[in-house]
Design a protein around this ligand. Structure first.
Ligand SMILES: [Zn+2]
Ligand SMILES: [Zn+2]
Length: 310
């Protein structure tokens, strides 16, 4: 009898651990004020039409597979394809590049050799950064910064970088030999703790949770509004189902979701936002199927354009 009770206690503890680390991910029922799109929109509301970004382009640099339950707690519907990419906001006043994707070595390490990588796409990202008006990142994780931390001409991109303190602080870890180029190390820090307009039609605000340096980037073109959310959601079903990543991910990959309750509030806010404003295009960083559908639908254009001077 004692043995049986002991076994039941162990099983209950195991079930509890599985629930806690793998299954539990539901966001709150309300998240008033967690994401203030109105504040971002207001900052660019008066920008003249001829100054607005013309289009948003995407470079699919790499991809790899992961089980669905790693992206969304409690989801067990096979594999999801993760995209590693960079975005180009094409604008009359100069292009803005968002995120530096992965280089080949990083993708192979992350995917244990099972991912695919486009050398051509990565080089277009490197070149576009050199000629951009500004370079921002959605956050400081390794799969978003490599074309910056390992850029072959750091002096060329340093003055274009608009990075917050936590974003810049993470870059040395990803730089060659762990040493960031001096020109990048001493850039002026950007402060996006309050909503900030970075260019006509483009506004940014800090949204810590998935990482300390996560930001939201609002982009208004002549025809549409977009919200780049980085890794707040890895896949759109995080938003549809208001279900975040399992706690297991934070254990396996340190630095993911240091403020998980904040991420879950943001997912609720994004869920409510998509219901209230179906025309606002949400752009998550990694949902390959969804991003390629945006290309199919003409919302994003594939491949970067290279500035005429290059
Ligand atoms: Zn991330
Ligand atoms: Zn990421």
């Amino acid at each position: 009898m004692k043995k049986l009770i002991g076994l039941l206690v162990v099983l209950a503890a195991l079930a509890g651990a599985v629930w806690y680390f793998v299954l539990d991910g539901k966001g709150p029922a309300t998240a008033e004020g967690a994401i203030d799109v109105a504040a971002l929109r207001a900052l660019v509301a008066d920008d003249a039409a001829e100054t607005l970004p013309r289009e948003i382009r995407i470079e699919f640099v790499g991809e790899s597979q992961a089980p669905s339950f790693a992206a969304e707690a409690g989801a067990f519907d096979g594999q999801r394809t993760f995209s590693f990419n960079s975005l180009q906001i094409v604008a009359p006043g100069g292009d803005i590049i968002i995120d530096g994707a992965v280089d080949r070595a990083t993708l192979e390490e992350m995917s244990r050799g099972a991912g695919s990588f486009s050398e051509e796409a990565y080089h277009r990202v490197i070149n576009a950064m050199s000629g951009a008006q500004a370079v921002l990142i959605t956050h400081e994780h390794l799969d978003h910064v490599m074309a910056i931390a390992r850029h072959p001409a750091p002096d060329l991109i340093a003055r274009r970088l608009q990075l917050t303190a936590p974003q810049l602080a993470a870059l040395p870890d990803h730089a060659p030999d762990g040493v960031l180029a001096p020109s990048i190390a001493r850039i002026n820090i950007s402060d996006f703790s309050a909503p900030h307009r970075v260019a006509p039609g483009v506004a940014v605000v800090a949204a810590p949770g998935h990482s300390d340096g996560t930001v939201l980037i609002f982009v208004r073109t002549a025809t549409r509004e977009h919200l780049m959310i980085g890794d707040i959601a890895w896949v759109m079903t995080n938003i549809e189902n208001v279900r975040g990543r399992p706690r297991l991910v934070g254990l396996v990959v340190p630095g993911v979701d240091p403020d998980r309750p904040a991420v879950l509030r943001q997912l609720r806010a994004l869920h409510d936002l998509t219901a209230a404003e179906p025309d606002l295009v949400i752009i998550p960083a990694h949902d390959d199927v969804y991003l390629r559908q945006l290309v199919q639908d003409g919302v994003l254009a594939e491949e970067f354009t290279v500035p005429a001077s290059q």
